[in-house]
Design a protein around this ligand. Structure first.
Ligand code: NAD
Length: 315
């Protein structure tokens, strides 16, 4: 089995595994999972050196946090634990001071712990950014002083709003998803420079483009266009013809990018976890990434709208 690698998360004193555990599948976000297998995957992940775990009250409308809290048990002390606040349903957002304060207490109860390492404002593009800046983030800092969280971060899909918030209020980390993998790379041009300048830890989530870069393909609810899905299928086919598994190539490409501390992958099956760890040892043959880039074609950096119109990235 390949050795886990670790990196420091920006200016924090958190050292996180480069392969991070995304807990949204524990909330049945992709499909109904086998909970026993999910539990075994959490245990195995910790035993294999995965120490960074990310969840949210939104995933499975509290099911992910509740299961993770139950599954972690005594392993909690070996885990850098991240959760979120502000998003509670597909269209349910609340970044008010009152809700943020209550949210962390509810999360701590479900997670069976008395602090989280990272408390993140979940999908900030869905609300007025001024509320995140002047209400949610100051309250999160108050919770940090009270010892309920060690660090504070923001998450979302459009890059402009993440950059803008980070430039206007101190945040310790940004979790960006689907912006650096085999289908996209604008995180590198549009977010990484600001993070480096401001000294902010960067987390790369959805390296499989929320399931597109798998043999099984995208889940039915995926918001990507038909063009992007078809491009993903072409990439999977190309990798297969070259004798590789598309998910492993996608992950190795993300692990090799040195500017994100952790690559968060959704995992609820032990065999996926094993494969994702083995990907550290994969040698991507010369030319394959260029061929993949050609195969992706115009679907490259083609994301989908997320959040309020004024919070979308300008083309
Ligand atoms: P992902 O790109 O990691 O894809 C996950 C899917 O791929 C799941 O269906 C999983 O079963 C499958 N999978 C994993 N390894 C595989 C393998 N080796 N072979 C085949 N299939 C495999 O998408 P994700 O789960 O959305 O992202 C990862 C994590 O990042 C989330 O769980 C969450 O913790 C975090 N995230 C946060 C936000 C946010 O804060 N806004 C958004 C997206 C993701």
């Amino acid at each position: 089995m390949a050795e886990m690698q670790y990196r420091k998360l920006g200016p924090t004193d958190l050292t996180v595994s480069v392969l991070g555990y995304g807990a949204s599948p524990l909330g049945n976000e992709f499909r109904e999972i086998d909970a026993h297998e999910g539990e075994r995957t959490v245990h195995m992940a910790v035993d294999l050196g995965v120490n960074f775990f990310d969840t949210s009250p939104y995933y499975g409308r509290t099911l992910s946090e509740e299961r993770l809290g139950r599954f972690m048990g005594h392993r909690r002390k070996r885990i850098v634990l991240a959760t979120k606040c502000g998003r509670y349903g597909l269209d349910r957002f609340d970044f008010s001071a009152e809700r943020v304060r209550a949210s962390i207490d509810e999360s701590l109860r479900r997670l069976r712990t008395d602090y989280v390492d990272l408390f993140q404002m979940h999908d900030v593009e869905f609300v007025d950014r001024e509320q995140v800046l002047h209400e949610a983030l100051p309250v999160a800092r108050e919770l940090q002083r009270a010892g309920k969280c060690r660090y504070v971060g923001i998450t979302g899909l459009p890059l402009g709003i993440l950059r803008d918030i980070a430039e206007r209020a101190p945040v310790d980390s940004i979790l960006s998803y689907a912006r650096y993998n085999l289908m996209a790379d604008d995180l590198d041009s549009d977010l990484r420079p600001s993070c480096q300048e401001l000294g902010i830890g960067l987390i790369n989530a959805s390296p499989l483009h929320l399931g597109i870069l798998t043999e099984r393909g995208a889940p039915s609810w995926h918001l990507a266009s038909a063009d992007v899905r078809r491009a993903g299928e072409r990439v999977a086919g190309l990798c297969r013809r070259r004798g590789f598994n598309v998910s492993q190539v996608a992950l190795k490409h993300c692990y090799d990018y040195p500017h994100t501390a952790s690559v968060l992958v959704g995992m609820s099956q032990c065999r996926h976890l094993e494969r994702n760890l083995q990907a550290f040892r994969l040698e991507i043959p010369p030319g394959l990434l260029e061929e993949i880039r050609e195969t992706v074609g115009d679907a490259h950096n083609q994301l989908w709208p997320s959040g309020l119109p004024e919070n979308q990235d300008r083309p």
